[in-house]
Design a protein around this ligand. Structure first.
Ligand SMILES: [Zn+2]
Ligand SMILES: [Zn+2]
Length: 896
């Protein structure tokens, strides 16, 4: 007889057979697993698995069918009680299952796939059912890592079920016969573990926790579909389910004993209400769309994607061209946040009708109805949008890290194809309705209890990189959700209130100031001071600033050495702050693109005049305007506004700068009769797009050297931003054509403005020209080469004098004007006749500026910026190759 039993109550073992078996209650240890109990019976009675199953439970063995749950598993033991009368022995065994009531949550946490054990416990003869919980990594008594393979041969342990493999020799390896724990072998020295020790351990607290969980009215609809990792999905899911339940109700198990969690959780609340009527559903969905768009904008800017104009067109193109169901295969160099953003939008938004003049966002019904069975608050909806993005982001980060390991991504690489198949369901927005890595559970509404919903995102294998990249977003979710949804929550509670659009809500704010004030006298309340403005950057400012006015003053203070600039900037900001507070009732850090557009229009026509224009009021009160602004002043004001918001972005205070659209002064000015008359006087105003089209047509290369010279000259003025004399004075030595960097040196300019980066279309033309004319270009680095005395032998690049150049340019504009006249476009024809080289340069410079390009860095032209602020722009120097490519990419749509 094995000492396991005799050491605990030897005399009982000699008692009469009970139920045809030799056993005594004293053999069993409090808390030990059903497997340990049955193992002792098998040893004491010298029985195999089949006899044991028949003798104790009156049932046959079941085949090991590799199904998720073995028919004779020992974890829950529901099958054990199907006999009519339950004997004391069966009750004893059933004490050792993980959870005897149908294991609602336990079945998601523990598996019967392999026996897990603590080697030290087992060497003392003890085994606890909670070892089967895979999230428990270490034995709470000994701190040993729980094993599921043989210490001797490494073979996987058999299933945790009543089978031959587990019971022919309990707790020994079916492959090599090694005893997992010495106490179970022939050399046993008896069961040495005290009952008291077990009763106090985390093993017991874990089982108690499972019972507590079962008492909750917790609903978790798609727990079993949760995708957590890419290798052992099932195991990873069980671990994640544990951590998720741990969020809902803390298990008190120390984290040091647990497998690491690779997920994040966000808690939200449910809205208690009767079923919604049709019209209520409509209102609610409108609010959800508004909030989704607000969050989308916040996300776009916070991810830093707004700074690059090409990103927006890339996203739009993708969304328009790919209907539901297309897999997003992003190239290795694409930032994962961009692919995640696209994937995420595709999940939420219905394909847009691209023919509509202004496509509206509408939500896919499967997303709008999340979470289907209950109604969540608007705050929770925003949090859900954010969590969905995080889930897609996790996948994209993982995908990028995987394809970066390949030498050649592409269909020829079998590993690439393998990856593609692995990721296909995850990089696809069509099915399932929400990301596979996202899951949710909720506690049903019970009277007197706040109903809650938990959303989980599990990242599995790529967790570390992902959480490193996304931690700021995770941290920002609660504040963003609260801030964005604040306006909607009151109507959300009483959803029957008449619907109001976002626009109305914005202007109907009750916190407006009643009249404009000087900057120093402004005292906005907490609603307006921007301490939690919509576009406040999630990471917080790099210098200590609490609100928008502090930020304005800090910015103006950076110009203390340039008093003229500081005054001009202060006037511009005084206008927009007052407009925001009085007219809009919004904080500076909450203004969005529609506000900036409205402000620009307002500058043309400040209304009501009594409030905004000095001397128009009944008393001599201060007002920020002297009258409607001239075009040039509007431009200066908007440039100031943009500079200010760019600074806010650079110090990580707010991200509104991406909301400021290209200037609209041109079209606006023409629409306004007051201003239209003065347009002609402004010689430097840009040339309209139709006029430019005629010009390009007129100078289209006809293949002759003369034709090429003409095209080159106009291009030098336009893309090169040169004046005619500057273009004429160029020689071969002033041009350096390198594979990735072509530059011109304009010797007539100030030293730090001489180098002009040549954009690709002009570079192409120049290299064609020097090839054709056999001109020697400079092989030196023009950035550093000393000012050499003009080489008398160097020929002018264009091969003609200034008079010739002027004639060529004048002829080009005349040709273009006649093309316009030919199609009865008299207005454009007149514009062209009054145009010149300077206006060509200005047109391009403005296009670059509107695209967010850097005229100063590229062309040495601080367009629209007073020279007093050159200090702000910083010294001009050679751009690193990478930066140059980025700057060129940002404006590349201007010549495509
Ligand atoms: Zn142990
Ligand atoms: Zn073995």
């Amino acid at each position: 007889m094995n000492l396991l039993m005799t050491s605990r109550g030897g005399q009982a073992a000699h008692g009469a057979l009970r139920d045809g078996l030799a056993w005594a209650p004293a053999w069993f240890v409090v808390g030990e697993s059903a497997y340990a109990c049955l193992g002792k019976l098998a040893i004491a009675n010298a029985m195999g698995a089949a006899e044991l199953c028949a003798g104790v439970f009156g049932r046959p063995l079941a085949p090991n069918d590799y199904s998720r749950r073995h028919p004779r598993e020992l974890l829950w033991g529901e099958w054990m009680t199907q006999r009519k009368s339950e004997s004391a022995l069966i009750r004893q065994i059933r004490d050792g299952v993980l959870q005897s009531e149908p294991g609602r949550w336990a079945s998601g946490l523990a598996s019967d796939e392999a026996i897990r054990f603590c080697p030290t416990c087992l060497s003392l003869g003890f085994h606890h059912a909670a070892c089967q919980i895979e999230a428990l990594e270490k034995c709470p008594i000994h701190g040993d890592t729980l094993r599921s393979n043989c210490p001797q041969c490494g073979a996987r342990t058999p299933r945790y079920a009543l089978t031959h493999a587990t019971f022919d020799a309990p707790f020994s390896c079916p492959s090599c016969g090694h005893w997992y724990g010495a106490a179970w072998g022939p050399t046993s020295t008896g069961n040495a573990l005290s009952d008291i020790v077990v009763a106090e351990t985390e093993y017991v607290s874990l089982t108690r926790w499972l019972t507590e969980l079962s008492a909750l009215s917790l609903t978790w609809p798609n727990q079993s579909n949760w995708s957590c990792s890419f290798s052992d999905v099932e195991r990873e899911r069980r671990i994640s389910v544990f951590h998720a339940l741990n969020h809902i109700r803390g298990s008190r198990t120390p984290a040091s004993l647990l497998a690491p969690s690779r997920q994040i959780a966000v808690i939200g609340s449910l809205r208690s209400s009767a079923p919604l009527t049709f019209s209520q559903v409509n209102v609610r969905e409108k609010h959800m769309v508004s909030l989704f768009r607000a969050f989308r904008r916040w996300l776009w800017n916070s991810l830093g994607l707004g700074g690059d104009a090409s990103n927006r067109s890339y996203v739009t193109r993708w969304l328009e061209q790919h209907e539901d169901g297309a897999m997003l295969v992003s190239p290795p160099d694409e930032p994962p946040e961009l692919s995640a953003y696209i994937l995420w939008r595709q999940r939420f938004e219905r394909a847009r009708d691209v023919r509509a003049p202004k496509p509206l966002t509408s939500l896919r019904s499967r997303m709008a109805s999340w979470p289907v069975d209950v109604i969540v608050t608007m705050e929770t909806w925003v949090a859900y949008c954010a969590m969905s993005f995080l889930a897609d982001y996790a996948v994209c980060v993982h995908w990028q890290s995987q394809i970066k390991t390949l030498d050649s991504p592409g269909p020829r690489n079998p590993r690439w194809m393998e990856l593609l198949n692995e990721f296909r369901p995850k990089l696809n927005s069509a099915n399932p309705p929400w990301p596979r890595h996202l899951n949710y559970a909720y506690e049903s509404d019970s009277p007197g209890m706040a109903a809650q919903i938990w959303t989980f995102v599990c990242a599995g294998e790529g967790y570390d990189t992902w959480i490193h990249l996304a931690s700021w977003l995770v941290a920002a979710i609660p504040t963003v959700a609260t801030r964005l949804s604040r306006h909607f929550e009151c109507t959300d509670r009483e959803i029957s209130a008449p619907p109001t659009s976002v626009e109305e809500r914005n202007t109907a704010s009750t916190t407006k100031l009643d009249r404009p004030q000087r900057l120093a006298l402004l005292h906005p309340g907490p609603e307006l001071d921007g301490h939690d403005g919509t576009f406040r950057a999630p990471e917080g400012p790099s210098i200590p600033l609490q609100n928008d006015l502090q930020a304005i003053n800090a910015w103006l203070d950076t110009f203390r050495d340039h008093p003229a600039a500081a005054t001009s900037y202060k006037r511009a900001l005084e206008k927009i702050v007052n407009w925001a507070y009085v007219q809009r009732g919004k904080a500076m850090s909450s203004l969005d693109s529609s506000d900036f557009d409205a402000f620009e229009a307002f500058l043309l026509e400040p209304n009501p005049r009594a409030l905004w224009i000095m001397g128009n009021g009944t008393d001599a009160q201060w007002a920020p305007f002297r009258g409607p602004l001239a075009l040039s002043s509007i431009r200066t004001t908007m440039v100031t506004v943009r500079l200010f918001y760019e600074w806010l972005s650079s110090i990580q205070y707010a991200t509104n700068c991406h909301e400021i659209r290209p200037y609209q002064t041109g079209p606006l000015a023409l629409a306004n009769p007051l201003i239209a008359g003065s347009v002609k006087q402004i010689r430097s105003e840009p040339i309209g797009s139709s006029a430019m089209a005629y010009l390009w047509q007129a100078i289209k290369n006809d293949g002759t050297p003369e034709g090429l010279r003409r095209e080159l000259l106009i291009s030098l003025c336009f893309y090169g931003t040169l004046s005619l004399p500057e273009a004429q004075a160029l020689s071969g030595a002033d041009l350096s054509i390198q594979p990735h960097e072509t530059v011109l040196k304009v010797r007539r300019r100030l030293p730090d403005r001489q180098i002009v980066y040549v954009v690709p279309p002009l570079a192409e033309m120049l290299s064609h020209w020097v090839g054709l004319m056999a001109i020697q270009t400079s092989s030196d680095d023009l950035w550093t080469v000393e000012e050499a005395p003009a080489n008398p032998t160097s020929e002018p690049l264009l091969g003609t004098g200034l008079v010739g150049i002027q004639q060529i340019a004048r002829q080009a504009f005349r040709d273009a004007a006649s093309l316009a006249t030919a199609v009865s476009d008299a207005h454009t024809a007149e514009q062209l006749l009054h145009a010149g080289a300077r206006r060509l340069a200005n047109t391009f410079l403005q296009q670059v500026e509107d695209a967010g390009g850097n005229n100063w860095a590229l062309f040495g032209k601080p367009y629209s910026i007073p020279s007093s602020t050159l200090a702000y722009l910083g010294p001009r120097g050679r751009l690193p190759a990478e930066r140059l490519l980025k700057e060129l990419a940002r404006i590349s749509h201007l010549w495509r």
